[in-house]
Design a protein around this ligand. Structure first.
Ligand SMILES: [Zn+2]
Length: 314
């Protein structure tokens, strides 16, 4: 009956609101609302160029930017028992796992890799907040142990990037057991005299902050990262008091002595190189690479070869 509102208007609207570029080319910064071109975001390691807001970055993208030439070797992590409790909430745990694997293209919530940063060999582990909130289950525990073992075997420092909503409730007490397990893994590094550097990213909360994420020899955080055991909302409700501005954020924790540094993601690589080299008693880093040999550098090799050919003939 009302065909103008039901038919004509939607058609007109769709013609005028049609976008010239696909949605995924532009993203809105959560910090300041600026529209950013996707290349601009990825070139800046997912940091907003207008306000410096640090957006989520996947472990794989982080490692590609961190390691020399984007080259790293993944360290194998032993598979834990799947779904030990046959847990089910609205969905079965294996279904949730499959959905997370499909959306992230990763096997689990932590990626472990070995490679070089500024010609400094390291082992690195990074937690993926987009994989079930980066929750610490048995796999994450296994990953940290594998990373620590690899670092001890190769005599390298371990750099860990944390991001987690806490323990994985679908694994119940088995996920809580990862707190002592990972603490033992960190102790392995300590006994081997190897540095353990933690980079806390937004957000690092719950059981992760009660274990491996707080045991670093050097504790670095990304700007404005939320780092806490219980979140501000829970604390506010419990103590019935208004919390100070910036409570539990990286800068606040730095001021109150819980962190050593707060570092912009774009300067993180250089800072990690300096710290790793210092703690490994290596000479200071040399910034800048020598240019690759050009065609004119390779040319003079022809003549001696000719002479060599003739000499071998005769
Ligand atoms: Zn912004």
């Amino acid at each position: 009956m009302n065909w103008i509102t039901n038919y004509v208007r939607p058609r007109i609207n769709s013609i005028f609101s049609r976008r010239e570029v696909p949605d995924n080319l532009w993203s809105k910064c959560d910090g300041c609302g600026t529209m950013l071109f996707h290349r601009e975001i990825s070139d800046n390691l997912n940091v907003c160029t207008s306000c410096g807001h640090h957006m989520h970055i996947t472990p794989r993208d982080r490692f590609t930017a961190l390691f020399d030439g984007g080259v790293f070797a993944e360290v194998a992590v032993p598979d834990p028992l799947p779904d030990p409790l046959h847990f089910r909430d609205q969905k079965r745990y294996p279904e949730r796992m499959k959905a997370a694997q499909k959306s992230t293209h990763e096997k689990e919530a932590m990626l472990v890799a070995a490679g070089e940063i500024g010609h400094t060999p390291i082992v690195a582990a990074a937690q993926d907040f987009s994989f079930m909130g980066g929750s610490m289950g048995m796999y994450v525990g296994n990953a940290i142990i594998a990373a620590a073992k690899e670092a001890v075997k190769l005599r390298r420092p371990l750099v860990l990037f944390s991001a987690a909503g806490g323990a994985r409730m679908q694994e119940g007490i088995l996920s809580l057991m990862q707190m002592p397990r990972t603490t033992v893994a960190v102790q392995m590094l300590r006994e081997a005299g190897l540095p353990y550097i933690v980079v806390l990213t937004h957000p690092t909360t719950g059981g992760v902050t009660a274990s491996y994420a707080m045991l670093g020899d050097v504790q670095i955080a990304e700007p404005n990262a939320l780092i806490c055991f219980a979140g501000p909302r829970v604390i506010e409700q419990t103590i019935r008091e208004k919390l100070p501005e910036g409570f539990q954020r990286a800068e606040y924790l730095l001021e109150h002595g819980m962190l050593d540094r707060v570092t912009d993601r774009r300067q993180m690589r250089e800072e990690l190189i300096v710290i790793c080299r210092m703690l490994m008693k290596l000479p200071p880093p040399v910034w800048g690479e020598l240019p690759a040999p050009g065609p004119e550098d390779a040319a003079p090799a022809k003549e001696p070869n000719k002479a060599l050919d003739e000499a071998t003939k005769g």
